[in-house]
Design a binder for this molecule. Structure first.
Ligand SMILES: Cc1cc2nc3c(=O)[nH]c(=O)nc-3n(C[C@H](O)[C@H](O)[C@H](O)COP(=O)(O)OP(=O)(O)OC[C@H]3O[C@@H](n4cnc5c(N)ncnc54)[C@H](O)[C@@H]3O)c2cc1C
Length: 429
């Protein structure tokens, strides 16, 4: 008899704990007597694709994702379950799986960008019964007091609506469901696919980020233990420092830790260590993340056009020389050059530095903002489509900024955030 399976399509929520998509898939598999199959695909569209001549996935993100998948596979196998890894697009992998198994359902985290949405449509067009679950947001869609199409136009409005209603509160984190599976991976040994990606680079970061759920939790617990959260609001704009901000972004972007877990731990911290503006402010930043996720879904393909979701004129061209100068960190503006070199070497830079280099690209290098977004996509270890393209559109004035774009006075910012030039000296030497 053909074995029956329910596929948990692992997209960007690569963890076992507090994962409503996995919960749903596991429950469904149990209720219909099918086996649960976690499937991760190294989609060629992402892994081999280019935009504006830049790779879609860069070495930092690839290294982190490879570590994450390896860690997920270990965690699953510790529970008697496997992880199928395919080098194909999900739809091709599923069609191939169908030759050997009866695929009863495909459960996945909800698409974030246009490509992910189209991919889900292709899966449905192949007659797979599919379901998407909002697995990586603070709130469920049903909790939001507006339809996605009526999403408040700015973050402030979104935050006020959400904070005013007491019933809009992140669900408590869920535990790991029972998992059992003894089906064989029908394709290549996953280590053949992801192994070579693993140790391509060893980033010289202040915070060593290693992909995976266990290292996410270790990092987050260690951050909480420093009590840096109690002065997060004061330090978050600094350009460097191991605890100047939480450094959680890569783990959040690859779904190694759930935002609801972080939220709930902050509330616990507030109960034991005391609540203040800083402890609130990390939750405030998680709300920004959520806002951009809903914004990306609401705007769909318009987020990627030059005129952005606001359909506004945006200046800038595609001059190759100016772009090469900006991306290599050779503009002559030392704060921008230092930040770009940090990004190139480590895959990370602080939020303030991201704002400054984006401002330079749009308003001083006079380049199309999408070149900057594409460059970040290819370099950031924590790239996520909603936060990256949303923030770039915001700064370029074609996104959700009520002030119509952000131009920074770079000399003034350098003096304020790097008064003794420590940061610039470190990256410009
Ligand atoms: C041009 C530009 C591009 C960006 N691209 C990305 C990206 O691809 N991926 C990404 O995760 N963040 C992106 N950010 C947001 C932000 O810069 C990073 O999340 C943050 O610097 C990561 O450091 P941290 O984890 O220490 O942040 P913390 O200050 O400790 O914040 C905690 C978490 O809140 C979220 N967060 C904080 N600020 C923002 C923000 N402005 N927008 C959305 N979420 C936020 C992140 O998940 C972050 O990890 C971008 C910002 C700008 C200005």
């Amino acid at each position: 008899m053909t074995p029956e399976i329910v596929v948990w399509l692992v997209r960007d929520t690569c963890r076992l704990a507090d994962n409503p998509a996995l919960q749903r898939a596991s429950r469904l598999a149990k209720s219909i007597g099918a086996r649960l199959v976690p499937l991760a695909c190294l989609e060629p569209r992402r892994w081999a694709g280019e935009q504006f001549g830049l790779p879609r996935i860069g070495e930092h993100w690839a290294r982190f994702r490879a570590e994450t998948l390896q860690s997920l596979r270990n965690d699953l196998s510790g529970r008697g379950c496997g992880l199928w890894i395919s080098a194909e697009e999900p739809v091709s992998a599923l069609v191939r799986a169908r030759q050997k198994y009866r695929v009863r359902a495909v459960i996945s985290d909800a698409p974030l960008g246009t490509e992910e949405r189209l991919e889900m449509e292709r899966i449905q067009a192949e007659d797979f019964q599919s379901e998407v679950v909002y697995a990586d947001e603070l709130f469920r869609l049903e909790q939001l007091p507006f339809d996605l199409i009526d999403l408040p136009a700015t973050f402030s409005k979104f935050r006020k609506v959400v904070e005013k209603k007491t019933e809009i509160f992140p669900d408590p984190p869920q535990s790991i469901p029972d998992l059992t599976l003894s089906l064989e991976q029908p394709w290549a040994d996953p280590s053949e696919l992801i192994g070579p990606l693993r140790s391509q680079i060893s980033p010289e970061t202040e915070v060593r980020t290693i992909g995976g759920e266990a290292s996410a939790l270790r990092h987050w617990q260690a951050y909480l233990a420093t009590r840096a959260l109690s002065h997060y609001k004061v330090t978050r704009n600094a350009l460097c420092g191991p605890t100047q901000s939480s450094h959680l972004s890569a783990w959040l972007a690859h779904g190694c830790i759930s935002p609801r877990q972080v939220w709930s731990d902050i509330l616990d911290y507030e109960r034991t260590e005391g609540a203040n503006e800083s402890t609130y402010w990390l939750r405030f930043e998680l709300l920004w993340r959520d806002f951009f996720r809903w914004y990306s879904r609401a705007c769909d393909w318009t987020l990627f056009r030059r005129r952005g979701p606001n359909n506004k004129d945006a200046g800038g061209d595609h001059n190759r020389r100016r772009f090469a100068v900006w991306s290599a960190g050779n503009t002559g503006c030392d704060i921008v050059d230092a930040a770009m070199r940090e990004l190139n070497q480590t895959g990370w830079m602080s939020n303030r530095a991201r704002q400054l280099v984006a401002s330079h690209l749009v308003y001083e290098s006079n380049l199309d903002w999408r070149l900057g977004a594409a460059y970040f996509e290819s370099r950031l270890v924590d790239f996520d489509v909603a936060s990256n393209w949303g923030n770039w559109a915001y700064i370029a004035g074609v996104g959700p900024d009520p002030r119509g774009g952000r131009i920074f006075n770079l000399n003034e910012q350098a003096g304020r955030y790097d008064p003794d030039q420590t940061y610039r000296r470190r990256w410009l030497q």
